[in-house]
Design a protein around this ligand. Structure first.
Ligand code: SF4
Ligand code: SF4
Length: 436
């Protein structure tokens, strides 16, 4: 099996064996959900409901008219008990709607016969927006925006990202195995909405059965191809995928649409399929719960807004559990509260034990250039952090600071244990404030 890839990157231990063979299990309805009003990149929603209101599963409860935004929906039927600031997995804190489960049954979303070609590209975009779909690979960028390239940008190719290059996580893998038809339907819907002729599904070659299944299924699909990719982090980065599959280089400061491409995650494709076939908004998603600190590593279908303490009760937290990360070990975010809920961009919950968390002391830079050798964006991390500390913003612009994808390869390989990516994230924030 020939596999393509990009230059540089790293090979961290994969750790997928803990959960890869665990079929997706549906989590029972939680007693309460916490629906954050900001679960996507862009303008946070404004509440459309108030305390005491009764809501139905799938009802829109928050929205904003900004183009870069998308609505949120109630993931259960119940009663609004409050709207208040609560812990948020990526923002620290955010306004959220609390809904109490009144014991109603879960809504049945009936599948309809859907002819994609009877839907215009505009209609697909409108349905995707109204369903509140945002990128489910982690970035949570509103999907209808991605599907609306400016007329000057002609899109010829759609890449479905099935890499799941973060160690430990296996939710996308299970989705590809268990929901293959929805992945393909979603991909075709994206192709139709963007007017793209070619579709690709990029899968890392540590998921051989998913590759085989997709290749067999694609035999009769003329315009869609399954592309095996080398297992290397961060192979699932948009720019790395485009380079590996199409040999196109997204320019500095540019977007995939600048080279005629839209990239979408396999989970997002399934959410698109759900809304087009069942009129079902984004009210649930598949996540991986894994790590050495959890008794029963699993792939779970959970309602958006389910508090993680409810999920961890089902999976069993070991006594030695020390650290909870939302996402994978490379780009995930450590959490300080078990009250945080699953949001649209939550791909996994990783529980690590003390022996898995290295707390080595930071040393001085020995100018070994390992960070430079492994940076997939061709940046100079060691120079970037030196200039960030000196607040040399003009020089940082020339060194393309904002091109950093925050993958963490530089921190991973640094023998001096310098928290390079944390410094760069801080620098990007400061740079953003200065230039806006
Ligand atoms: S500088 Fe940014 S893009 Fe380069 S390795 Fe570090 S985190 Fe990744
Ligand atoms: S890897 Fe660490 S020690 Fe080596 S040059 Fe980069 S920052 Fe310095």
């Amino acid at each position: 099996m020939q596999s393509r890839t990009f230059k540089q990157g790293i090979h961290p231990p994969e750790k997928k064996e803990l959960s890869k063979d665990k079929k997706i299990e549906k989590v029972p309805l939680p007693p309460q959900v916490i629906i954050h009003l900001s679960q996507h990149t862009g303008a946070p929603c404004r509440p459309l409901v108030g305390k005491g209101d009764e809501v139905e599963e799938g009802q829109k409860i928050g929205d904003h008219d900004a183009f870069i935004s998308c609505p949120v929906h109630s993931s259960i039927s119940g009663k609004i008990t409050s709207i208040e600031k609560l812990p948020h997995p990526t923002l620290g804190e955010g306004e959220a709607i609390l809904i109490e489960n009144k014991g109603d049954e879960e809504k049945k979303w009936e599948e309809m016969e859907t002819d994609l070609f009877s839907l215009s590209p505009e209609k697909i975009r409108e349905k995707v927006r109204e369903a509140g779909i945002a990128g489910m690979g982690g970035a949570a960028f509103p999907t209808h925006v991605k599907l609306s390239p400016p007329p000057a940008k002609k899109i010829d190719s759609i890449i479905l990202n099935g890499c799941e290059c973060e160690p430990y996580l296996t939710a996308d893998y299970r989705v590809m195995i268990e929901r293959i038809e929805d992945c393909i339907f979603g991909l075709k819907a994206i192709m139709r909405s963007c007017g793209a002729k070619n579709g690709y599904i990029g899968i890392e070659n540590n998921k051989k059965d998913a590759i085989k299944l997709m290749q067999e299924r694609m035999r009769n699909e003329e315009s869609i191809e399954t592309i095996p990719l080398k297992t290397k982090y961060p192979q699932g980065g948009e720019k790395m995928l485009i380079k590996a599959i199409l040999k196109r280089e997204v320019p500095s400061g540019g977007l995939p649409l600048d080279v005629g491409v839209v990239v979408s995650n396999v989970g997002t494709a399934c959410a698109i399929s759900d809304t087009l076939k069942k009129e079902k908004p984004l009210v649930e998603r598949v996540i991986t719960v894994t790590g050495d600190g959890v008794e029963k590593p699993s792939n779970l279908l959970v309602k958006i807004g389910t508090p993680i303490k409810y999920i961890l009760k089902l999976c069993g937290l070991k006594e030695e559990a020390k650290c909870i990360i939302m996402g994978g070990p490379m780009m995930g975010i450590s959490q300080w509260s078990l009250d945080i809920p699953v949001v649209k961009g939550t791909s996994g919950i990783l529980i690590l034990t003390e022996d898995k968390i290295e707390a080595e002391e930071e040393q001085i830079c020995i100018r070994c250039a390992r960070c430079v050798d492994h940076c997939p964006m061709g940046l100079l991390p060691t120079t970037l952090i030196k200039f960030i500390k000196a607040e040399r913003w003009e020089d940082l612009e020339k060194l393309n600071l904002m091109d950093c994808i925050e993958c963490g390869c530089c921190s991973y390989v640094c023998p001096s244990k310098i928290p390079i990516v944390q410094l760069i994230k801080w620098g990007k924030n400061e740079f953003h404030k200065i230039s806006s």
